[in-house]
Write a protein that binds this ligand. Sequence first.
Ligand code: E4P
Length: 280
Amino acid sequence: MRVIKIKIFIDSSMIQEIKDAHSAGILDGVTTNPSLIKKAVEGYKKRGESINIEEYIKEILLIAKGLPVSLEVIGPHFEDMVREGKKLFKMFNPVAGNVYIKIPVNPSINDESGDNFAGIKAIKELSGQNIPINCTLIFTPEQALLAAKAGAKFVSPFAGRIDDHIRSRNNISFEKSDYFPASGIEGDGEILSDNGIVSGIDLVAQIKDIFDNYNIKDTEVLAASIRNPRQAREAAIVGADIATLPINVISELLKHFKTREGMEKFMGDVVPEYSNLLKG
Ligand code: E4P
C-alpha cells in the first residue's frame, strides 16, 4: 500500500466498526479506552448476550493484525499501572504482536496528596521493558514533552476535550460534534484560552512545534478526541502523525453534498450504448 505519513486510527471498541474501517483499506491502528470498552459491554448486555472480554479483545487484535491497538490501564498508582500494563501486554501481545499500552500522563485525581509522577514513572518503567506506550489524557504541550522524554511511542492530546473545556468554562453551550475553530474563539474582546492553548488543534500544533524544535522522532503525536471531519482535516494541516477518529467521523470524511449530487447526475445521464459496454 502507498505510504502516506498521517495515519488514521479508529477510536472504538466495537468489533463491527473496526471491521468496517479495516475493510476500507485505510486503517492504520485502533485506540480503546475504558469508556469505549464499557459501550461495547453494555451493548451486549442490552441485547441479553454475554461477553467474554478476553476473547473479545483477542478478536479485535486479530482483526487489526499488523496495526497497533491501544489497551488502557485503569489503576491510578505507579504499581497498579506497571502491573496492569505488564499483564495486558503478556496476555494480549502474543495474539498478534500489536499491543500498545495506554498510560495516563498523570493519573492522580488528588492535587494535594497525589503522586503526579506516577504516569511518567510507569511509562519509563514499561518502555524500559520494551512495552510500547501510548500516553493518554494529554492536555498540555509540557505533559507531551515529559511523556516523550519518558519513552512513550505515542502521545495523545485530547483535542475535542480542550475545546469542550474552553467552551464550558466560558458558559458557551455546544454539541459534542460542533466545530471549534483551530484559531480559537473570542469572548470579552480576547481569544479564549486554556493557559495559552486556544483550541484542541492548537494543542496538537504546539506539541508538534516543540517536538520539531528538539528533533523528537521516536514519539508520534496522536491527535485524539476528534469530533468532526473539519477538526480531522486541521489535525492533518498542523502535522499530526496520527489521528484517531470515531467511525462516524471516518465515514463523514468521505461525504459532500456535491459528490452525491454529481453521482446522481452521472447515473441519470448513462446512455444504453455506454451501459451495455460495461455489462457482465
Ligand atoms: C483517545 O485515545 C480517546 O480514546 C478518545 O479519542 C477520547 O475521545 P472523546 O473525548 O471524544 O471521548
